[in-house]
Design a protein around this ligand. Structure first.
Ligand code: ATP
Ligand code: MG
Length: 359
C-alpha cells in the first residue's frame, strides 16, 4: 500500500459554546505527520485534540487553513471520499448488527462484491484475533473485544490513514496496556500512517513515534517521547511529560553561554543561550525527581532537607522533602540505600547540575 503523510497548514476552528461563548478549539495549528508514522496528539481535556482529528477526517471543516493527505488538498473533500479509518472513543459499534455486519459495513457502503467482502472481513478479523466471532453481537463480547471490532471495522476498507480517538478509554488498566501494544504492532505491520489521541502521557510515550503536545488549541511541542522528556521547551511540557520540581533561584552571573544560578546558597552552572535572562533576576529552576540524590551525611556543601514522606515501591522509593520551606519530590532507584532514610530525618541533597533546566 502506498504510504502518505498528512500536512496541516495553519488550521483553526472555533465554536460558539452555550456557556463559554466563543471557543478557539484549534488555533493556527501546523503539523506534518510523516508517511507510516504514528503520531499522538496529547494534551489536557478540552485542548482541541478531538477537533483536530475530526478535521483530518472531514467531520469538521476548518474556519481557516488547509489539510493535505499526501500531495492532495482535501480541505473541501467530503469525509467519505478521504479514505480514512476512524476509531471512535466509545467504539460506536452498531448494536443490531453482528460482528461480521459491523466489520463489513464500510465495504457494503462501497458496494464491494460479496465474495471479496467475505474474504476481507475474514482477513481483518484474523488480524485482530477475532476469528470465529462473526455471528456474535456487540453486547455478547467484552469491552476489549469490542475495541478490536472497532479497529477491524476501521482498517477493513484499507484506509490510507488511521485516526484513533482515545480508543482505550473504556478498558481497565491492564487491558489498556495490552491493547495498546496490539494496536502498535498492527499499525507497524500494516505500515499505516496514524494519528492517535490520548490525554494519558504514559500511553502516548509507549505507543508513539512522535508526540504533539497541545494546550488551549495550540501545539506547544512536537518530538519523540525522549525529546519531550529531556528537552522540554517550556514549563508546561516539562510538567505534562513526567514530574518536575520547581525551585527558586537567582541569576549571579552570565558568561560564555552559561548562567550561574544561586539555589539555596549553592551555585549551579547551567548552559543557556536564552537572551532574556538578566543578572540579579529571580527565576525558577526545574529538575526532575530522579535527578536529585539523597545522602545521609549532612555536609556543609550540600543542600539540606527533611523527609516528610517516604513511599517504598519496590524498585524505586519516592520521597517528599521539605527544603527550607519548599516541597521537593525525589525518586531514588536505589531502594537498598534508601532503607536507612526515614521520615523526619535530615538529609543532604545533591541536584545533578546537567539536568537542571530554566525556561
Ligand atoms: N461542537 C462543539 N460545540 C461547541 N464547543 C465545542 C464543540 N466541540 C468542541 N468544543 C469545544 O472546543 C474545545 C476543544 O474540544 P475538543 O473536543 O477538541 O477537546 P479534546 O482535547 O478532545 O478534549 P477531551 O480530552 O476532553 O476529549 C473545548 O473547549 C470544547 O468545549
Ligand atoms: Mg476528545
Amino acid at each position: 500500500m502506498e504510504k502518505i503523510g498528512i500536512n496541516l497548514k495553519n488550521i483553526s476552528k472555533s465554536f460558539i459554546h452555550k456557556v463559554k461563548g466563543k471557543v478557539e478549539a484549534v488555533n493556527n495549528v501546523n503539523l506534518q505527520i510523516k508517511p507510516g508514522e504514528l503520531l499522538t496528539l496529547l494534551g489536557p481535556s478540552g485542548c482541541g485534540k478531538t477537533t483536530t482529528l475530526r478535521m483530518i477526517a472531514g467531520f469538521e471543516h476548518p474556519d481557516k487553513g488547509s489539510i493535505y493527505l499526501g500531495e492532495e488538498d482535501v480541505t473541501e473533500l467530503m469525509a467519505n471520499k478521504r479514505k480514512i479509518g476512524f476509531v471512535f472513543q466509545n467504539y460506536a459499534l452498531f448494536p443490531h448488527l453482528t460482528i461480521y455486519g459491523n466489520v463489513a459495513y464500510g465495504l457494503k457502503v462501497k458496494g464491494v462484491p460479496k465474495a471479496e467482502e467475505r474474504k476481507a472481513v475474514k482477513e481483518v478479523l484474523e488480524l485482530v484475533g477475532l476469528t470465529g466471532y462473526e455471528s456474535q453481537f456487540p453486547n455478547q463480547i467484552s469491552g476489549g473485544e469490542q475495541q478490536r471490532v472497532a479497529l477491524a471495522r476501521a482498517i477493513v476498507i484499507k484506509p490510507k490513514v488511521l485516526l484513533l480517538d482515545e480508543p482505550l478509554s473504556n478498558l481497565d488498566a491492564k487491558l489498556r496496556v495490552y491493547t495498546r501494544g496490539e494496536i502498535r504492532r498492527l499499525q507497524k505491520s500494516l505500515d499505516m500512517t496514524s494519528v492517535y489521541v490520548t490525554h494519558d502521557q504514559e500511553e502516548a510515550m509507549a505507543i508513539s513515534d512522535r508526540i504533539a503536545l497541545m494546550n488551549k488549541g495550540k501545539i506547544i511541542q512536537v518530538g519523540t517521547a525522549e525529546e519531550l522528556y529531556f528537552k522540554p521547551n517550556c514549563e508546561f511540557v516539562s510538567k505534562f511529560i513526567g514530574k518536575i520540581n520547581s525551585l527558586p533561584a537567582k541569576v549571579e552571573e552570565i558568561k560564555d553561554g552559561f548562567v550561574f544560578l544561586k539555589v539555596f546558597d549553592h551555585i549551579y552552572q547551567i548552559k543557556s543561550s536564552s537572551e532574556h535572562i538578566k543578572i540579579k533576576e529571580k527565576l525558577n529552576i526545574f529538575i526532575r525527581p530522579e535527578f536529585i540524590e539523597l545522602s545521609k551525611e549532612e555536609q556543609a556543601h550540600k543542600i539540606q532537607g527533611t523527609v516528610i514522606e517516604k513511599t517504598f515501591l519496590g524498585e524505586k522509593v519516592e520521597f517528599i522533602l521539605d527544603v527550607y520551606g519548599n516541597q521537593m519530590n525525589v525518586t531514588s532507584y536505589d531502594p537498598v540505600k534508601c532503607q536507612t532514610f526515614s521520615p523526619n530525618q535530615k538529609l543532604g541533597i545533591s541536584l545533578l547540575e546537567k539536568y537542571i533546566k530554566i525556561f
